[in-house]
Every structure is written in C-alpha cells, then in structure tokens.
Design a protein around this ligand. Structure first.
Ligand code: HEM
Length: 423
C-alpha cells in the first residue's frame, strides 16, 4: 500500500476540524449576508495578531526544516494591514473573546517555535490551505459589504486565479521534507492546535452576544499584544490625531516605517496617554526608556519630543479639565529636549536642516523634510550615550538602492560636521 505523504496525512487528520470551522455561525452569517462589518474587521485583526507574531518568529527562528517550505512570499501581514487600512478600521473596537483567543494563540506559537520549530509546518499547512476557500469567501464578502477589486479583501483573494498552482507548489515542498514518523505526528498535532485555537476566535466573532467591544492595543496595532492603553475613546482619538500630526511633520516616518510603523505610533501613543496617571518619576523613566528604544531603531529622541507636544495639544482639546495631568507629557518633552539641547539647540538643528537641503536640492529636501535636523538630533542622542543612535539612521539613509550619491554624500557630511560640533 502506497505510503501516505505528509500532506495526505494532514488532510485526512484535520478534515473534521475543517468541516467544524466551516459550519460556525460566523461563516453561516457571512454566506447568508447577515454578518456585521465590525465582525469581519475583528476577523482580519485577529489574523494579523496571529500572523504578525508567527511570521516574525518564523523569520527569527531560521529553522533549516522550516526553511525548506517557508519563504517570505508566504507572509500575510502586508495583505492584512492593507485590508484593515482600506476598511478604515481605526474606530472599530475589539471583541474581548476574540482578542483573548488570538493572544492565546500567539502564546502557543512562541512556545512551539522555541520548543519544536519544525512542527510549525502544521500551522503553515492550515493557513496556506485556507487560501483555497478564499474564492468563496471573497464572493460572499463583496456581496455582504459591497467590496470590489480586492479592496479590503486582498487576504482572502491572495494568489487570485493561481490558488491551485500555489497550493500544488506548497504541497510539493511539504512532501519533499524528509521526516520521521514522529516528526510527521508533531506537525499534524500543530495543525490541530491551530484549528482548535481558531475555533474560539471565530466563535467570538459572531454572534457577538454579551461581549462589550473595547479598545485594545491590538485594535491599534496587531503586534502590540496586551500593552495597556487608555480606555477613553476621546483620549485614544486625540492620541491618534497627534500621531498623524507628527507623521505629517516628519515624512521620514512613512518613508522608512510605512504602515507597520504607523501601527506602532498608534499603539505607543495610546499607551503614552496612560502614563499621565502616574507620578513624574514614572513618566520620566518610561518616556526616557521609549526614547532610547526608538532612537536605536532610527527615530532620534527629538521626534518623540515633538510628538509629546502634539499629544499634549490634542489631549487638552478633549479634556481641558485634565490639563494638569497632560502637562506631565510636556514636562517629559522638555526633559528629552534638555538632553538634546545640551548638545544641539533648535537653531543648531535648523542649521543642519538648511545645510542638508542646500546640499541635496529642492526635490529631496521637499520629499524628506527635516532630514538634516534628524541627523543632528541623532548625533545629540549618541552624545548623550545612546549606542546605535547614528548608525541606525545612517545605514538607512546611505543605502544606494534607495538614495542617489548626492543624498548619501550630504548625509555623511552632516553627520561628520555634527560630530565635530557636538559639545
Ligand atoms: C466557510 C469557510 C471555508 C470554506 C468555504 C473553505 C473551503 C475550502 C475548499 C473549497 C478547500 C479545498 C478542498 C480540496 O481541494 O480538497 C479548502 C481547503 C482547505 N481549507 Fe478551507 N474553507 C473555509 C474555511 C477555512 C478555514 C477558516 C481554514 C483554516 C484557517 C481552512 C483551512 C483549509 C485547509 C487547511 C485546506 C486544505 C485541505 C487539504 O489538505 O487539501 N478553511 N477549504
């Protein structure tokens, strides 16, 4: 008798779970056109929480067996972020049962990647397999919510008419992995774990029942886990507005960090609003910590200094009565400013900006406003003891795949001059 391949085994052993999922009220309601749009958005968010952690962890794991099947083309996060963006999900609140179930699955994913990375092939099987039902779901979604051209549906529409071709390629790769019987069993067990973990996700999506929708950090950034955020919708919206104002001032954000970065600004800003409930020492410690983290990722503390001012301005508009509390954010901004000004004050940064703009010309100075000042601010961070503050921005800004020689030369010149001038 022909030996069962891994894919045959997975199909046979998970068929029951697949049928159970398909029959859940969420999919029934979608098929009948009775599903709420917020439930679909919560579905995409739940998947982005799960895929966000899974894909990030798989890439870090760098496991040789996983590597036979995994390639970055299997990443779903860009599709999910795009769909959420196109569905203007910002003001849609989260469903507690769905958040708990998705975060619980991320806990299992981290554990499994630590203990048995190879078995994650079971997770890839379930998610790649689920693309096969995508065509059916896309039809139902476009009918239910009047969506078209994949707008808000790029996740279910992935691979378009080539779903089978991609599936066959995936099957071939999976079956090419040389595995012992117990290894196959561990992969099947992982597939079961995901199917079982997805049940409470879909059960929580519809009917919503007694759940009280709320803002969770994952509503703002699927990758933020259970970070505390304000429970006041007005405060959250004020924080999100401040984020938009800060991003508008620094086009560097969108250029470098795009949608994923925007999500972090959203969840970090909503988290910062919770800090005003603590004393000054705690606020100072937390903001200095965030400042260092962001600076080593290419965002000089000057950007946070400005953002905190924008947050204060937007928050006092919604709760002028809480001005005393919000003033803690102004104080934190001034605290970062003091560290910076010990090296470069506003005039000095403006000079670096003008110098850079003169070097690169109007096109580049328009596209990446304040670039010279950002480089000066990075040197100020370096001077105040943050390792990597300059290299993390220099490496990006001198990448010849991204920028012309004139730009790269200007970046290196400003950094050299700033280091010479740094007090
Ligand atoms: C109403 C919702 C769904 C529909 C209509 C649907 C439909 C389908 C279809 C038509 C296939 C191809 C079957 C075949 O070629 O033998 C398939 C395969 C599959 N689906 Fe679904 N699906 C749905 C939901 C899901 C969900 C939510 C998941 C998991 C997240 C999932 C996971 C899979 C997997 C793993 C396979 C591959 C089975 C194999 O090994 O061939 N499906 N689905």
């Amino acid at each position: 008798m022909k030996k069962m391949t891994l894919m045959d085994q997975l199909k046979k052993e998970t068929r029951k779970s697949h049928n159970q999922l398909e029959k859940l009220p969420y999919f029934q309601a979608l098929a009948e056109g009775n599903l709420g749009r917020d439930s679909y958005i919560a579905h995409l968010r739940a998947l982005s929480v799960i895929h966000g952690v899974m894909e990030d962890q798989i890439m870090r794991a760098n496991d040789p067996i996983l590597g036979i099947v995994w390639n970055n083309g299997l990443c779903k996060m860009p599709l999910l972020i795009q769909d959420l963006h196109n569905l203007d999900h910002e003001n849609v609140q989260d469903l507690p049962a769905v958040v708990d179930a998705s975060v619980e699955l991320t806990r299992k994913i981290r554990l499994r990647l630590q203990q048995d990375p190879m078995s994650m092939l079971g997770y890839l099987y379930v998610f790649e397999g689920s693309t096969l039902g995508g065509a059916v779901l896309k039809q139902q979604l476009s009918k239910a919510f009047g969506l078209s051209d994949n707008m808000g549906m790029s996740y279910v529409a992935q691979y378009g008419d080539d779903k089978r071709k991609h599936w066959d390629q995936f099957k071939k790769k999976m079956n090419s992995v040389q595995l012992q019987e117990d290894e196959k069993q561990r992969i099947v067990q992982a597939a079961h774990e995901l199917f079982e973990g997805l049940m409470p996700v879909f059960e929580g999506l519809h009917p919503i029942g007694q759940q009280t929708p709320f803002y969770n950090a994952t509503s703002l950034n699927p990758e933020s886990g259970n970070q505390p955020i304000s429970e006041d919708a007005e405060e959250i919206n004020a924080a999100l507005r401040a984020g938009k104002i800060t991003w508008k001032k620094f086009p560097y954000y969108a250029w470098r960090y795009s949608d994923r970065g925007e999500q972090y600004t959203r969840s970090d800003s909503a988290w910062i609003t919770t800090l005003v409930n603590y004393n000054w020492a705690r606020v100072q410690q937390q903001i200095r910590w965030l400042g260092r983290v962001l600076s080593t990722r290419g965002m000089p503390q000057w950007m946070l200094e400005i953002h905190l001012q924008n947050m204060y301005n937007e928050l006092i508009k919604v709760h002028p009565d809480k001005e005393k509390k919000y003033a803690l954010l102004l104080e934190a901004s001034a605290d970062l400013g003091e560290m910076r000004k010990a090296c470069f004050d506003d005039q000095a940064l403006q000079k670096f900006s003008d110098q850079f703009d003169a070097e690169v010309g109007s096109e580049w100075s328009w596209r990446l406003k304040h670039m010279g000042a950002l480089l000066g601010a990075a040197v100020a961070d370096e001077k105040s003891g943050i390792d990597g503050a300059v290299s993390s921005i220099e490496s990006w800004a001198t990448d010849s795949r991204r920028f012309p020689d004139i730009f790269i030369a200007a970046v290196q010149k400003i950094i050299r001059d700033a280091r010479k001038k740094a007090k």
